[in-house]
Write a protein that binds this ligand. Structure first.
Ligand code: SAH
Length: 348
């Protein structure tokens, strides 16, 4: 019986809602899911793990998401912005360490106008034409996204967070809407970006039905990247009293997503490494094929505190590349210096 459900998911890349509910709500299938997900990731990507250098360039944010440590209402947040020169020196350091993707992530900070973003992107693009530039700077207009794309950004990460509008409304203030977030994702796709969506696992009020809606939404969007990590509390948010998402459920969803989207680029996230010392290694074993070491200046890393106890923020973590490489190799995979594009069309 249990054998059949995982086999069915592997073969059809889909299950009915009732079957998904069954597989999500029990640990009975976990061992088979892990094995099947690893097999599918190896069929599509071998043992390769792609590295993305994450540059957290601002923690100012105009939004007020209830779960996030850099929300505008958090008066305890020590705010910072990196200059263009700071960002370029992160890229220079990253390039010499073998990174061929730079991810510029930040709060929604209007200080960085479209002109400023385009200037930064085009300078990185002209200095490092063999690298991919990924932006993760939130919800913008079609025109803004188009300008960044024309300046040289080719990927965009924008987690949908939760696809269900009632659940979305419990996690965000009224001025934010899932409609706009989805609009952004489809706009990004239309413009030609490689697009990343995804959800937090175990966020407050989340139900199994919400997770199934997330999977159904991902099936509609067909994103190139799917970023998922456990929700983790931040003490200075309205959700400080809720509990963290679990490692088990996060790994289960990773494996399910790998089986539903064999082609996808799926990170073993920092959040996963935060809730468990070997969380990222376990993520890799459950189908993840991307890691995103921190390239931000060591002095600012602690300040980009989306959630409590985030790893890789201390002095000792100045060079995440070597540490992660050892972890990945030890787990049986292989970090590659490669732009690491999606293999969607080979395997469709
Ligand atoms: N402003 C950008 C980047 C947001 S931070 C944007 O809107 O896309 C990147 C991701 O961190 C978010 O998409 C969210 O899924 C995750 N995140 C934020 N707070 C978190 C928390 N408390 N626990 C776990 N993940 C969190």
């Amino acid at each position: 019986m249990s054998d059949n459900l995982v086999k069915k998911l592997t073969e059809y890349k889909d299950l009915s809602d009732a079957e998904l509910k069954e597989i999500i709500e029990t640990d009975l299938y976990d061992a088979e899911l892990e094995e099947a997900a690893d097999k599918v990731r190896r069929e599509n990507y071998g043992d390769e793990v792609y590295i993305r250098g994450l540059i957290e360039f601002t923690n100012y944010c105009k939004n007020d998401c209830y779960y996030c440590g850099i929300r505008r209402s958090n008066r305890n947040s020590d705010r910072y912005r990196l200059s263009k020169e700071d960002i370029l020196s992160c890229c220079e350091n990253g390039y010499s360490l073998g990174y061929r993707t730079f991810v510029l992530q930040g709060g929604e900070d209007n200080y960085y106008t479209d002109d400023i973003i385009c200037d930064i992107v085009s300078e990185i693009h002209s200095k490092y034409p063999d690298c991919a530039i990924t932006l993760s700077i939130g919800e913008k207009s079609y025109e803004s996204y188009k300008r960044y794309f024309e300046a040289g950004a080719m990927r965009y990460l924008l987690r949908h967070e939760t696809a269900d509008d009632e659940h979305y409304a419990k996690l965000h203030p009224e001025e934010m809407s899932i409609e706009n977030r989805k609009r952004c994702l489809f706009d990004l796709k239309k413009i030609g970006y490689q697009v990343g969506a995804g959800m937090m696992i175990g966020s407050p009020y989340q139900t199994t039905e919400n997770l199934i809606s997330d999977l159904r939404f991902l099936q509609k969007l067909e994103p190139d990247m799917i970023g998922m990590g456990p929700y983790i509390i931040h003490k200075d948010t309205p959700f400080a009293e809720y509990k963290d998402g679990s490692l088990e459920l996060s790994l289960r969803l990773l494996a399910i997503v790998r089986l539903m989207f064999p082609y996808a680029l799926i990170p073993a996230t920092t959040a996963l490494g935060t809730i468990s010392p070997n969380g990222r290694e376990l993520g890799l074993k459950h189908g993840a094929n991307v890691v995103m070491p921190n390239l931000s200046p060591v002095g600012t890393r602690k300040k980009y505190d989306l959630y409590d106890n985030k790893i890789c923020t201390g002095e000792e973590a100045a060079e995440c590349r070597g540490c992660l490489e050892r972890r990945v190799t030890f787990t049986g995979y292989n970090i590659v210096t490669d732009i690491g594009n999606v293999r969607k069309y080979n395997n469709a």
